[in-house]
Design a protein around this ligand. Structure first.
Ligand SMILES: Cc1cc2nc3c(=O)[nH]c(=O)nc-3n(C[C@H](O)[C@H](O)[C@H](O)COP(=O)(O)O)c2cc1C
Length: 355
């Protein structure tokens, strides 16, 4: 992929084809459609890294939403993961975590919730995971058989733990990149890594020094100025940014007069997150020259187009997987159809078009 500034220049000279697409990505009259096969969906998410991170299309499964347990439970043989750009299994921590008390979901079924018109999804899983040792010894062996790109998602509770966990991954096959979940507290002062440019820089730097693989920093949404954190992550060696994680939120059970979630507060995802994330992607893409992966409320190809036009190079689908595990497969097919109908051959023609 060309650096952002090149893409921006290209966009200026591509205005005639931009004008053929409506803001929702549908075709305007007079646009020449092309065949589906003529659409080139591949993108490089780490153009500055010697290994690069070429993925076949820009649609990935977001961490924590890969199957019902975050590690692929419920994914069937018919769901050919090779049709997706990448899969990010649930974040692992240094030691296993049991997670938060039940209830962990509001609504209890995202599928039913959506059917009943609920657009706000909350979860309070509390990063339940088997720990990095178990993941590296067991899970990653399966990942090699997925036929797609896999990112290992890690989270540490100190800078040294980020370094230690990354060092543990050296030489372990099964994944092609490391995504840092920075929505986690630093034990030294309780502050979230992703809430501070300094802590973000320190975590990225610790990981960067212990791996040559592409490193993606996944940013938190609830910060006063996302650009300063994004710049800090890139200056410390992040090859790409994932924007964003869930927004802290809660719901109250009026009958019981208490919070709905066992963890009291949780993370907001789904449709309600999309406009927030879009704004963060838009702002960030104006200040960094690495690829941005947009995440938040993507349920259909139209939403992917919104993120691409805001400046993202690729996207991750989260909550939609919990409505249907087929969602990302449908989204990638629909995206190809939309682009073909609008005569768009390459994603570069759309990336940042709304800026
Ligand atoms: C049930 C659930 C579990 C999640 N677990 C993780 C996680 O382990 N690590 C992480 O980085 N993000 C996690 N996320 C956040 C998602 O990866 C994604 O950033 C967020 O949900 C926004 O995307 P969406 O609106 O498409 O769901 C989780 C989200 C959900 C809904």
């Amino acid at each position: 992929m060309a650096p952002t500034w090149v893409v921006r220049q290209q966009k200026m000279s591509l205005k005639s084809s931009d004008a053929d697409i409506r803001s929702d990505g549908t075709q305007l009259e007079g646009t020449q459609s092309i065949k589906r096969e003529q659409v080139e969906l591949g993108v490089d998410l780490a153009p500055r890294n010697k290994f690069h991170l070429n993925i076949s299309n820009p649609v990935m499964i977001a961490s924590g939403t890969f199957g019902y347990d975050g590690y692929g439970r419920g994914i069937t043989a018919e769901m050919d993961l090779g049709r997706l750009g990448a899969v990010i299994p649930k974040t692992v921590t240094r030691l296993p975590k049991e997670g938060n008390p039940e209830p962990r979901w509001d609504p209890p079924s995202y599928r039913q919730g959506l059917e009943q018109g609920d657009f706000l999804f909350l979860n309070s899983i509390g990063l339940a995971n088997p720990g990095i040792e178990s993941a590296l010894a067991g899970l990653t062996a399966e990942w090699s058989g997925y036929g797609t790109t896999v990112f290992l998602s890690i989270s540490g509770d100190s800078v040294s733990q980020f370094a230690e966990m990354t060092a543990m991954t050296q030489g372990v096959p099964g994944f092609q990149a490391i995504e840092l979940n920075l929505s986690c507290p630093n034990v030294e002062n309780g502050a979230m890594f992703g809430h501070s440019a300094q802590l973000t820089a320190a975590a990225v730097d610790a990981v960067r020094k212990n791996t040559d693989l592409p490193v993606l920093a996944k940013l938190a949404p609830n910060v006063p100025d996302v650009t300063e954190i994004a710049i800090a992550a890139v200056a410390s060696g992040a090859d790409a940014l994932t924007i964003c994680n869930t927004v802290p939120a809660m719901a109250i059970d009026l009958e019981a007069r208490k919070p709905v979630l066992g963890g009291i507060t949780g993370g907001l995802s789904g449709h309600g997150l999309r406009p927030i994330s879009l704004a963060l992607v838009y702002k960030t893409s104006q200040v960094v020259d690495v690829p941005i992966i947009g995440v938040g409320g993507i349920f259909e190809a139209k939403h992917v187009m919104e993120f691409l036009m805001a400046g993202a190079t690729a996207v991750q689908v989260g909550s939609a997987n919990l409505v249907s595990l087929w969602s990302p497969f449908q989204i990638v097919d629909e995206l190809r159809d939309r682009l073909a109908a609008s005569g768009i051959r390459r994603l570069d023609e759309v990336i940042g078009a709304a800026q």
